[in-house]
Design a protein around this ligand. Sequence first.
Ligand code: 13P
Ligand code: SF4
Length: 336
Amino acid sequence: MADINTSEAQISLKGFLDIDVDASLDLFSEIELLKKEKNAVVLAHYYQEPDIQDVADYIGDSLGLAQQAEKTSADIIVFAGVHFMAETAKILNPNKKVVLPDLRAGCSLADSAPADEFAAFKKLHPDHIVISYINCSADVKAMSDIICTSSNADKIIDSVPKNQPIIFAPDKNLGAYLIKKTGRQMLLWNGACMVHEIFSQQRILKLKTQHPEAKLIAHPECEEAVLQYADYIGSTTQLLKFATTDNANEFIVATETGILHQMQKDAPQKTFIPAPPDNMCACNDCPHMKLNTLEKLYLCMKYEEPEILIDEAIRLRALKPIQQMLKISKAVGLGG
Ligand code: 13P
Ligand code: SF4
């Protein structure tokens, strides 16, 4: 339990606990102590800052994180990622406390499908079933038939009978890639990720001529203009696995830069070059993911806030398509 009364108003206003942290504290050992004291588990996405990755009990892609959340025996899930990921953990664990270091850690892709607009779109196509990418709100999940992630989307699509029309939401880039990969026509929602749309085809091609031996590896949220040159396309976990096991020594990485930390740790002898954005800013850092810091992680473990809460009726409707995804993933041997 929290040992001081944190102000709900403060959290609702700022989205995180704005409390000074004693600079002399060793946050790494404090977090380890809190894990034991509270039976808490820290689940982190690869886009989190290196310190958070280093203190996590598990680091993974969206599917791996959902699978870990499903099977954990911890009382508290400390989710170092973005809101839709923590929300998925809560949907799977209504009786556990799920905390997120900064509630403002959203996702531009999830935001590109507002629930009311999506409901109206769905109503126009009553004969379609809805496959939604996990990067969406609980409300959109509740309107979906099956959830997918970038590591299982092709298998999820293949599980749907061939004559069944499909709406795919919210990522149009991932959707277009999947149409090509599976040969299935799908109706796409017009959403995209602000980070993966920023890569410059021109600058990547220039980089490739400067590093002729380097392989280009890309997340499927990137545009076709980039994906067409990729030597390998996959989820964050799949990109990490490919980069560390493939015999190339140099890679241009077209996804958020946080993943480079694990790549460098797992294959210190290899060179990983972040793919350049179409301007000079650090736009291939996800501004939402990077709202979480080690200090905020420590505070949210200590005070058990901010907490993820979901309306029970929405949770129950959102649970079904997530369970369907987990079942299919297990059946095809994808983790779990
Ligand atoms: P992964 O499931 O591949 O980790 O992707 C999550 C994400 O948000 C990519 O932008
Ligand atoms: Fe969302 Fe893009 Fe950030 Fe992933 S990188 S969490 S899709 S905004």
